[in-house]
Design a protein around this ligand. Structure first.
Ligand SMILES: [Zn+2]
Length: 708
C-alpha cells in the first residue's frame, strides 16, 4: 500500500481520490494535513512525576465550553459544546476548527521549533537526521531563491510534455513523469498487498487522471458545481499564461483539459462503489489486460514504470481503463500534450514562485473557503513531514514522547479488546460459529503505538540546502522507487501509514492492524492526569473505533489474516446488513447545509466504527473504579463525563465551502453528527442525561441500533 501518496497535500488536490478504495486506510478523522500537540505537559509521554496531579487541561470537562441552557435530549451537541463553538470561529488561515485542528495547530508549532533548531544547527553532522531535516526545511524557507527561479524548475518538463508525437508518446511520457516524481497523469498506480493473498505484494492500477476532488465536480451542473468548474478553468488558464502562453490559447487549453478530465470522471466509479472491496478487486494477467485495452501494451509500459517480473496486476475499475483506452485514440495528440503539461503545472504550482502559489491558493479558496494563505513556515512544516516524515518523526518523539506512554496506551488497548470480547460473546443476533471467527479476528489485531519500531532512513535520498524544488522531486522519486522495490519481497509489517506527529489513527484491513501515532495521544483524547471517564470517552473510543473498522461493512469482509474472504454464515450476514441499513438511514436524515445531507452509504463504515467503538469504550470504562461509582466531579456523574468527553472530541466549526466538499468526499460524518449519532443508540446516554420521550433526539428502546 502506497501510504505516502495517500496524502492529499502532496501533488495538490486529487491523489487521495485516485487511490481511494484499494489503498484506503480507515482513519478516525479525515484531514491528513498535519499534526500534533506540542504542549509537552499534556502529552501522554510527559506525565508529571507520581503524586503530582496538575494538568493544564483541568477541568477536563469545562462548563464554560458548554451551553447549559440547551437540553441534552434536544440538542446534545450544543449542550456539550455550544459555547466552545460560539467562541472558536474558524481562523482565517484554516478551513475548519475543532479539537483535531487545535491539536494539529499546537503540534505544527512544535514541529516548527524542531525545524528551526535543526536548520540553524551549524554543528549537525553531515548525513545526520538533524542535518537532512534542517536542510530540507531551510531550502523551502529560502523564498528569495524560489522567487528568482520562477518556473525555471519545470521548463524542461513542460517542453517534454509538449513534444509527444503519438499515443505511445503520451503513455511513455506519463510513465516518465510518474517515475521522476513529476505527477501521476492518466491513472493511479501503486504497489500493495493482494487482498485475496495478503502475503504477496502486487502492482495495482486505479482510476484517476482527474484533478477536482470528486467525479461529481465535473458531472453536476448546480450553481455550486458550476462556480467551481469556472474557477478551475480560470486556474488552468492562469498557470498557462504564467508560463508565457497567450491568453486565448491558455483559455482553449483550459476548455480542452476540463472536457478531457470530464470524460475520465464520467468513467470513474463513485466513492460508494469504491468502498466495495470485491467490486474493486479485478485481477488480470498483464497480457489479458493489454488485450482489453489494445492501445496500452502493459508489459512494456510497466517496464517503463520500473515494474518488472510481474505477470498479474490488480485493477480497481476496469470500466475506467476501457474508457481511457478509447480516449487515447479519440483525443487529438495536441490535447494530450496540454493535458500532460497541465499535470506538470498543477503538481509544481504550490512549490514555485509566488504568482504560481497565489493562483493555486485562489483556486483552493473557491473550493474550501479559506480566507488567507497558510504561512510559509507552516506549509513547509507539513511539506517536511510529507517528504521526510520518518526523519522528522525521530526528532519529534525524542522531544515530545516518553517510552512509558506506550505502556499506558497498551493497557487501554488491552482493556478495549477485553470489552470487545465480552460484547461479541453477548451479541444476540450472531451465531456461535460466526462469533468464533469474530473473536479470532479480534485477538489477531496488531496494535502499533506512537511511532515505528524501525524508522525509514531514506538512504540514498539527496537533500540539498539550496534547491528546494529538486529536493521535492528527489523525495517523490525516492518514494516511488521504494514502493516498487517491495515487489517480489515479503510484506514488511513494520511500515506505518502515518507519521509520528499525526493527529489521527487508522485500521488497515490487509494487515489487520490498528495504529495510533504519538500525535493523537494528547488531550482532549488523553491526559494522564484525567479521570477514566475522560480517557475512555476520548482515546478509548478512538481505539474502539479503529477496532470496529475490522468489523464494519467493508472491514468485516476480511478475515483475521487480512485476507478478503467471507467468514460469516449467510444468516448472520443478512442480520448484520439489516442493522447496517438502519444505521445508514439514521445518518441519511442528517442535513448539513441547505439541500446537502449526510451520505449514509458513504459514511457507513465510519458510523459503524463510532457506534461499535463508543459502546466498547463504555463497556471498558464500566470495568474501572470510576465507572462503577457514582461520584461526581465538577458536578458531573462518571457516565455524563464519559459522553461529554466524546462530545468534546467532535466539537468544531467548518466553513460552508469545506462542509460542502466534505459531504461529497469524506467518508466521515460531520462532527456534529458524530457527537450524537452513536449516543442516541445507547441506553446509558439516555440514563446519564435523563433523556425522555418527547425530547428531539429520543429514540424508542426498540429502535436503538445495536451492532457490536
Ligand atoms: Zn474511521
Amino acid at each position: 500500500m502506497n501510504f505516502k501518496n495517500n496524502k492529499p497535500s502532496r501533488f495538490g488536490i486529487s491523489l487521495r481520490y485516485l487511490l481511494l478504495g484499494a489503498a484506503a486506510l480507515y482513519t478516525v478523522e479525515a484531514s491528513a494535513q498535519t499534526k500534533v500537540n506540542p504542549n509537552s505537559q499534556t502529552s501522554i509521554g510527559a506525565a508529571p512525576a507520581k503524586g503530582q496531579k496538575k494538568s493544564p487541561n483541568a477541568p477536563f470537562v469545562n462548563k464554560a465550553n458548554m451551553d447549559l441552557s440547551a437540553k441534552p435530549g434536544d440538542d446534545f451537541y450544543t449542550y456539550a459544546s455550544g459555547n466552545w463553538i460560539k467562541n472558536n470561529p474558524v481562523p482565517a488561515k484554516e478551513t475548519r476548527w475543532g479539537s483535531f485542528n487545535v491539536l494539529r495547530d499546537f503540534n505544527i508549532n512544535a514541529v516548527k521549533s524542531i525545524l528551526n533548531e535543526a536548520s540553524q544547527n551549524k554543528k549537525a553532522a553531515p548525513g545526520s537526521v538533524e542535518k537532512r531535516v534542517g536542510d530540507f526545511y531551510a531550502a523551502g524557507m529560502d523564498s528569495t531563491t524560489i522567487e528568482k527561479l520562477g518556473y525555471t524548475p519545470i521548463k524542461a518538463d513542460l517542453q517534454q510534455a509538449a513534444a509527444v508525437k503519438n499515443v505511445q508518446g503520451v503513455l511513455d511520457q506519463a510513465a516518465t513523469m510518474r517515475t521522476s516524481g513529476i505527477g501521476s497523469p492518466l491513472f493511479g498506480f501503486y504497489v500493495g498487498q493482494d487482498r485475496k493473498n495478503p502475503t504477496v505484494m502486487i502492482p495495482q492500477l486505479s482510476q484517476g487522471g482527474t484533478t477536482l476532488p470528486d467525479r461529481d465536480y465535473y458531472l453536476k451542473n448546480d450553481a455550486r458545481s458550476t462556480k467551481i468548474q469556472e474557477a478551475y478553468k480560470k486556474y488552468i488558464t492562469q498557470l498557462f499564461t504564467l508560463t508565457g502562453v497567450p491568453q486565448a490559447i491558455a483559455q482553449k487549453n483550459a476548455e480542452n483539459i476540463f472536457n478531457l478530465e470530464k470524460k475520465m470522471a464520467a468513467a470513474q466509479m463513485s466513492r460508494v462503489e469504491m468502498r466495495d472491496p470485491y467490486k474493486t478487486y479485478n485481477k488480470f494477467a498483464v497480457a489479458d489486460l493489454s488485450k482489453a485495452t489494445s492501445n496500452i501494451q502493459w508489459n512494456s509500459l510497466m517496464a517503463k514504470m520500473k515494474v518488472t517480473g510481474q505477470d498479474t496486476v490488480l485493477v480497481n475499475s476496469p470500466g475506467f481503463f476501457k474508457e481511457l483506452n478509447t480516449l487515447l485514440t479519440s483525443t487529438p495528440v495536441a490535447d494530450w500534450q496540454t493535458y500532460l503539461q497541465w499535470n506538470v503545472l498543477k503538481s509544481a504550482a504550490p512549490n514555485l514562485s509566488s504568482p504560481f502559489v497565489n493562483a493555486n491558493f485562489a483556486f483552493t479558496q473557491v473550493l474550501s473557503g479559506q480566507k488567507v494563505q497558510t504561512p510559509r513556515w507552516q506549509r513547509l512544516s507539513s511539506q517536511t513531514d510529507n517528504a521526510v516524515g520518518e526523519l522528522l518523526g525521530q526528532l519529534y518523539v525524542k522531544q515530545y514522547f516518553k517510552p512509558e506512554a506506550k505502556a499506558r496506551m497498551e493497557e487501554l488497548i488491552s482493556n478495549l479488546v477485553k470489552a470487545y470480547e465480552i460484547r461479541i460473546k453477548g451479541l444476540d443476533w450472531m451465531s456461535p460459529a460466526t462469533k468464533e471467527k469474530a473473536l479470532a479476528k479480534l485477538h489477531a489485531f496488531t496494535p502499533k503505538i506512537a511511532y515505528p519500531n524501525k524508522w525509514k532512513n531514506y538512504d540514498g535520498l539527496e537533500i540539498s540546502r539550496s534547491n528546494y524544488f529538486q529536493n521535492l522531486r528527489n523525495s517523490n522519486q525516492w518514494d516511488y522507487n521504494e514502493m516498487v522495490s517491495q515487489l517480489g519481497k515479503p510484506v514488511d509489517k513494520t511500515r506505518w501509514g502515518m507519521t509520528a506527529p499525526t493527529v489521527n489513527a487508522y485500521y488497515n484491513p490487509v494487515m489487520n492492524e490498528i495504529v495510533f501515532p504519538a500525535g493523537i495521544l494528547q488531550f482532549p483524547f488523553f491526559d494522564p492526569n484525567a479521570d477514566d471517564a475522560i480517557n475512555y470517552g476520548g482515546i478509548g473510543a478512538v481505539i474502539g473505533h479503529e477496532i470496529s473498522h475490522g468489523f464494519d461493512d467493508s472491514g468485516s469482509q476480511y478475515d483475521k489474516d487480512g485476507t478478503l474472504r467471507n467468514w460469516w454464515t449467510p444468516e448472520d450476514l443478512a442480520r448484520f446488513k439489516e442493522k447496517a441499513t438502519a444505521l445508514q438511514k439514521q445518518y441519511d436524515a442528517y442535513t448539513v447545509l441547505d439541500t446537502i445531507h449526510v451520505n449514509g452509504k458513504l459514511t457507513l463504515g465510519e458510523n459503524i466504527g463510532d457506534l461499535g467503538g463508543l459502546n466498547a469504550a463504555y463497556e471498558a470504562f464500566k470495568m474501572t473504579k470510576q465507572g462503577k461509582s457514582n461520584d461526581k466531579i465538577d458536578g458531573f456523574t462518571p457516565d455524563q463525563r464519559f459522553f461529554l468527553s466524546w462530545a468534546q472530541v467532535w466539537r468544531g466549526n467548518i466553513l460552508p465551502e469545506s462542509a460542502a466538499q466534505q459531504i461529497v468526499t469524506d467518508p466521515h460524518s460531520p462532527g456534529e453528527y458524530r457527537t450524537i449519532g452513536a449516543p442516541v443508540n445507547m441506553d446509558a446516554w439516555y440514563s446519564a442525561f435523563n433523556v425522555k420521550p418527547g425530547d428531539k433526539l429520543y429514540k424508542k428502546p426498540e429502535e436503538r441500533i445495536r451492532i457490536w
